[in-house]
Structures are given as C-alpha cells and as structure tokens.
Design a protein around this ligand. Structure first.
Ligand code: SF4
Length: 276
C-alpha cells in the first residue's frame, strides 16, 4: 500500500487488524466480516494477524529483555508450557538472525536493525498468516534497510506469509510486493499487479509518484518531475476526483463528478475518468 504521508495508509492497516472500527464498509478475513466475529473467532484472528511497527525503538518495552518481549504473545495466548516457549524463543531469534545470548539483552543494547528483528520475531511468535508491516524500514539507516527487507522477503517465502506492506518508498515495494494499491487522500486510486503497475502506471497520481521517485538503476537517468502542490486536507477533500487540483490530465468533468472504480484491464482497477 503506497501513497504520500498522511493519506490514510496506517489507518487502513489498523482497520485490517480490527484495531479500529470502519465508519463505512467491511473488512473481510477468510471471507468473514471482522465486525461479526465472536469472542473465540476474534481470538483466532488475533493470532493469525500481526503487525510490525515503523519505529523499532518505541514499539519495544525498554524494561523487558528481548526474550521476554518475544515470549509475551505466547504467554498471552497460553501457547505451550515454559519449556516449549523457551525453545520457541530460541528458534525465533535464530530465524531472524539474532544470537541465542541476545535473549538476555535489553532493547537499548541493540542497533536499530536488530531491534526491528526483535519486532519481527515477536510478530512471528504465534505463526500468523497475515502481517501488517507499517513502514517497517523507514526509521532505519539506509545501509540496514536492505538487510531487513531481504529478511522479510525470505520469511514471506519460507513461511508462506501474506504481508500488507505499507510504505511511501516505491523501490522497496517493487522489490517485495506482488500487488500494489496506490492510495490518495483516503482512497485506493489504483490496484494492480506490481509488474504491470511499474511497467505501465495508469492513474495520473501513480504516474506522478513513479516519476518523482529516485532511481538507483545505473545508467537510467529518469527525468524527475515532482508532484505539484500539497495534498488537500482529508477533512474537506476536493469535489469530484480528489486528485484534480494536482492532476496534469485534468478534464472538465473531473472537478464535478466523482470517478467510479473501473476494471481497466483484467484484475486491474483504477479510479479515474480517463478509463471510463
Ligand atoms: Fe486526473 Fe481527472 Fe483522472 Fe482525476 S479523474 S486523476 S483529475 S484525469
């Protein structure tokens, strides 16, 4: 899920985990509406869906040792006895590239990248199927980001995990994601397979985002165009298409009518009058 800061990405992540209630619409997991889950089903959902936060520092309790932090969800969900939990914590530390002795250290004794590894192992403790990764590398040094991204990629493949990966960094998303949803001012304006989206973006906002992203590809000198203007306030969004004040392809209809969501190509959805 990509988009500029403040467009509503994290709110969508919290809705997906039932940490917030939707004012409209439904959130389905395994075909079931999260709002209708009973106590038992909700507990199962809490195990199946986890989150990795953006800031590895503030999301770890500074008074708890790494081993206790990773063990906590197992204790809360009464998973195994003490011996089994201890063994599980050792496995998780190893899986994320930390040493067995790291279990006795406090968060401040780790680097930023290592702290994010602790967060990842805590998220993995209950063997979830879905993890919401809310900008998990944006608070890390650039040199560490690639290591954590590669770890997430390996875990995804080895464990068959699904991520809802939230980021403003299009290069990271391209490296990790299969489908990309582009959000603007609280709306998904384009949803497509990653290959198709990067090869040929359809929505003018997606085009602008890709054109303004830096590239590290040697020899590729992209003509950088920056998005003009600031995103309007979500409390009083523009009439018609919310992107019209900044859109280079704006037409007469755009500030008058809200564009519907159209399947522009099989499996590819876009919210723009150009494709109606
Ligand atoms: Fe631009 Fe109009 Fe499409 Fe909105 S609906 S993105 S203003 S062309």
């Amino acid at each position: 899920l990509v988009g500029e800061s403040g467009c509503g990405k994290s709110t969508l992540g919290r809705l997906a985990l039932a940490l917030e209630k939707p004012t409209r619409g439904r959130v389905l997991f395994d075909g079931k509406d999260l709002a209708d889950l009973g106590r038992g089903a909700r507990k199962h959902f809490r195990q199946a869906a986890q989150i990795i936060f953006q800031d590895p520092q503030s999301s770890l309790n500074p008074r708890m040792r790494a081993g206790q932090i990773i063990e906590e969800p197992l204790k809360v969900h009464r998973a195994g006895d003490q011996m089994e939990r201890t063994r599980k914590v050792a496995e998780l530390l190893k899986e994320v590239g930390l040493k067995p002795e790291d279990r006795a250290r406090f968060p401040h004794e780790f680097s930023g990248g290592q702290r994010q590894r602790i967060n990842i192992s805590r998220a993995l403790a209950l063997s979830p199927r879905l993890i919401v990764c809310d900008e998990p590398v944006s608070a890390l040094d650039v040199s560490i980001q690639a290591q954590v991204i590669n770890l997430l990629k390996e875990l995804k493949e080895q464990r068959g995990l699904a991520y809802l990966f939230i980021s403003h960094d299009l290069a990271v998303v391209e490296h990790l994601c299969d489908r990309v949803a582009v959000m603007y001012l609280g709306r998904i304006v384009e949803l497509a397979g990653a290959d198709a989206l990067y090869r040929k973006p359809l929505h003018p906002y997606t085009v602008a985002l890709l054109e303004s992203a830096p590239t590290l590809t040697p020899g590729l000198r992209r003509v950088r165009k920056t998005l003009v203007g600031e995103p309007p306030s979500p409390y009083s969004p523009p009439s018609g298409c919310r992107f019209h004040p900044r859109c280079p392809k704006r037409m007469e209809i755009c500030d008058k009518e809200f564009p519907g969501n159209v399947e522009a190509e099989p499996g590819r959805f876009v919210e723009c009058h150009l494709y109606v």
